[in-house]
Design a protein. Structure first.
Lengths: 377, 280
């Protein structure tokens, strides 16, 4: 039995017939699993989480927790805790009082409360802050306290609403790693909302991608699955462009030979490319979009061997990686090259790609199945 | 050099401003001690003694007995102001919370109307309030005319203003505090008392002080509703020193000083909360 089940859930803030925020959301979360809900801002991911927590009403459909429909159940009776994006620690209480607030409401015995506060504080390494007030702590420390407060009641489900949002790089990745460790250790089901695909891919067993609801879509849950499945087999352009960094580069092309497992497309500069994709359901002559990830583009040995020629607009050198940004027919291309490689000094670079690594989308942005064997499935 | 001129000018300006403010206070204090130095007057505690109901013999051997119950008036004012300030703050806090956070039919209209009500000059309703309270007094004598509770009830007609002050405070409070408390199983009352109230304490204190100051020195309603000399508040009472054939300036000044003490004391007491910055 899944821990959490969303069944045809919709959410509307206006009285229109068609829901305006979330439409027909269906997914489940298993016990002990970690799920990240990602998407651009305004896609309704936080609303989804708040509906699960019970602080936002459900317009249509059913949400179940542990097999029980909870649509009309008070938040406190759902057996979950939540970590909020912004400050939600009570500023007039010490860390200790903050941690015990929820436990006191549960009418636990004094000794039990003390025991759990200690346990949670140890888990997040905040024991030395117990007597301090939230305003005496740094942002990262405050977020640790917030996480500890959510874990102390030991509910089977814990929700996180952009928990790392206001944290800077190092503290952020450190806390993320710790959360992964804690999740493995406790086996608690955790659902995290984030707009950062790194947080999502790093943290979660599975990832759900929401998009902004538009007039034509049937749902705004674009895809749900393990992070690498979304990375290697995105269902459409929205998923492909959200997952991965730098963003996938896109090229307009025309399908010249629909086939399986290798199709042929023509780029607008006349180059033809073989692509490992099953396009049997496509139409020849149809406009398609070619997607390429930064790590799949290579520098061609000579200008003549290049399939795509772009104008350099910027280079980022990170030591472990070097990213080069080019402009090609008004579009931006990002590609990764060997940091030890000497880049030609010319502003024009010739690039080539191998057929296995391409992503192909039809004119509506829906992906053609990739036919590469060794890729993650 | 230029900086020095500026500093001197600033200090001079501030001193002048302070003098302007303190001058009336000085004159009142001086008057309360018999205006020594004016026309051969000597410093005397006579006015203060009269205020505290102590008989006084003047230099001419004349025995003066206090005839106005000053302390009773002061006590009446204090009592009414405290009762009103506590009630108004509590009611305003609950109303403001509901108006900001709860959803109910007519909420938008109510939110808009709240200040509008305040703009109707309540003085014009004096007669209506008087008649109303006389009727109420027929059933509940405690809330009728000549009773401090009745006056407090009439003052509560101005609650909209205090609700409006607190509404701003609660609107500025991030709702995550309450949501978090709801998820961790706190009841409505617990959320109000353990989360909201502590967080809007500075606002509550300000509301309390404003309500106290208003009720402490309010005149028009008190004049109409309190007819019995023993039930007067200090605002009506102070007038008694000046309204007769003779102006008792000395007693008036002493009374003014004495009656401002509780208010100042209260302000000093609550300052701690007023100056505490919100930390969220």
């Amino acid at each position: 039995m899944p821990q959490v089940l969303f069944s045809h859930v919709s959410k509307s803030y206006t009285a229109q017939a068609r829901p305006d925020t979330l439409l027909d959301i269906n997914f489940h979360v298993n016990q002990g699993e970690s799920l990240a809900i990602v998407g651009p801002s305004g896609c309704g991911k936080t609303t989804l989480l708040r509906m699960l927590a019970g602080i936002e009403s459900v317009t249509k459909g059913e949400i179940s927790i542990a097999g029980k429909v909870v649509n009309n159940l008070a938040p406190a009776k759902r057996g979950l805790e939540m970590v909020f994006q912004s400050q939600s620690l009570y500023p007039h209480m010490t860390v200790q009082q903050n941690l015990s607030f929820g436990l006191l409401n549960k009418r636990l015995k004094r000794a039990e409360i003390q025991h759990r506060v200690k346990w949670a504080a140890k888990l997040l390494d905040i024991e030395r802050f117990l007597t301090l007030y939230p305003h005496e702590l740094a942002k990262g420390e405050r977020q640790r306290v917030a996480i500890a407060r959510a874990l102390a009641p030991q509910t089977p489900l814990v929700l996180f609403d952009e928990p790392f949002e206001h944290l800077s790089g190092e503290i952020r990745s450190h806390l993320r790693l710790e959360l992964i460790r804690i999740q493995r250790q406790l086996g608690t089901t955790m659902i995290m909302v984030t707009h950062d695909h790194e947080d999502a891919m790093g943290f979660a067993d599975r990832m759900a991608l929401l998009s902004q609801l538009d007039a034509s879509s049937h749902t705004n849950l674009e895809q749900i699955g393990p992070p690498l499945e979304l990375y290697h087999h995105p269902r459409n352009i929205k998923v492909a462009s959200f997952v991965g960094k730098p963003k996938m580069s896109f090229f307009q092309a025309k399908l010249t030979d629909k086939a399986n497992p290798t199709s042929t497309i023509a780029l607008s500069n006349g180059e033809t490319l073989s692509v490992s994709a099953d396009t049997r359901h496509g139409e020849e002559g149809e406009y398609v979009t070619l997607g390429l990830r930064a790590e799949h583009i290579e520098l061609a040995s000579s200008a003549a061997a290049g399939q795509i020629h772009g104008q350099v607009i910027g280079i980022e050198r990170f030591g472990s990686d070097t990213f080069v940004y080019l402009e090609y027919q008004g579009e931006q291309i990002a590609f990764r090259c060997d940091p030890h490689q000497n880049l030609p000094s010319s502003s024009q670079l010739a690039l080539k790609v191998s057929p296995q690594v391409c992503y192909l989308f039809n004119h509506q942005g829906v992906a053609y199945p990739r036919t590469v064997e060794h890729l993650y499935t | 050099m230029k900086g020095m001129i500026k500093a001197v000018a600033t200090h001079a300006g501030l001193l002048l401003a302070s003098a302007t403010v303190l001058c009336p206070l000085f004159i009142i204090t001086w008057l309360s001690f018999g205006a020594p130095g004016l026309g051969g007057n000597l410093a005397t505690l006579m006015h203060w003694k009269l205020l505290f109901n102590l008989p006084v013999t003047t230099v001419n051997g004349e025995l003066l007995t206090p005839d106005l119950p000053a302390l009773t008036w002061l006590w009446n004012s204090l009592r009414i102001a405290l009762i009103f300030a506590v009630t108004a703050t509590a009611l305003a806090a609950m109303s403001a919370y509901a108006l900001v956070r709860k959803s109910f039919i007519g909420k938008r209209v109510l939110n808009r109307a709240i200040l509008l009500v305040q703009f109707l000059p309540s003085v014009l309703a004096l007669v209506a309030v008087y008649i109303l309270l006389r009727k109420v007094g027929g059933y509940f004598p405690l809330f009728g005319v000549n009773s401090p509770l009745g006056l407090g009830l009439a003052y509560l007609g101005g609650l909209a203003f205090y609700i409006w002050i607190l509404k701003g405070q609660i609107t500025n409070l991030p709702s995550t505090f309450e949501e978090s408390a709801r998820i961790s199983g706190a009841s409505q009352w617990q959320i109000l008392w353990r989360v909201i109230i502590p967080l809007i304490m500075p606002g509550l204190m300000i509301t309390f002080l404003i309500a106290f100051a208003m009720a402490y020195s309010e005149l028009p309603l008190a004049t109409i509703l309190l007819q019995d000399k023993q039930s007067y508040t200090l605002a009506i009472g102070a007038g008694q020193y000046l309204a007769q054939q003779q102006f008792y300036w000395g007693e008036f000044a002493a009374f003014a000083l004495l009656s401002s003490l509780p208010a100042i004391f209260l302000l000093l007491l609550l300052q701690r909360w007023l100056l505490r910055a919100n930390r969220y």
